[in-house]
Design a protein around this ligand. Sequence first.
Ligand SMILES: [Zn+2]
Length: 113
Amino acid sequence: MHEMSLMESVIDIVCETARQHGATRVKSVRLDVGVLSHADPDALLFCYQAVRHGTIAQAATLEINRIPGEGWCLDCAKTVALAERFGGCPDCGRHRVQMTAGDELKIRDMEVI
Ligand SMILES: [Zn+2]
């Protein structure tokens, strides 16, 4: 499952960052997950609960912040909402839209003790 390796990386980064700051426990983690990314939030949460076990983030809560899809339409020369990957422009209907947001999966912030 690809969410499992994603969350393993997230937990690695979170624990490493917490240690660098001299923290002994992680209280919460917030993730930015684009709606156009291939990661499913329910699967992410499930995998998170599995991989945090036995780490200093064992009791840390996870909040998933959904980032809407956006793209740059080459024909309209403006930013438009993108409902799906490689979707058409909602204004002109053409498919010359380059995705600029909605594909991310990154740690927004975290709280440590
Ligand atoms: Zn357009």
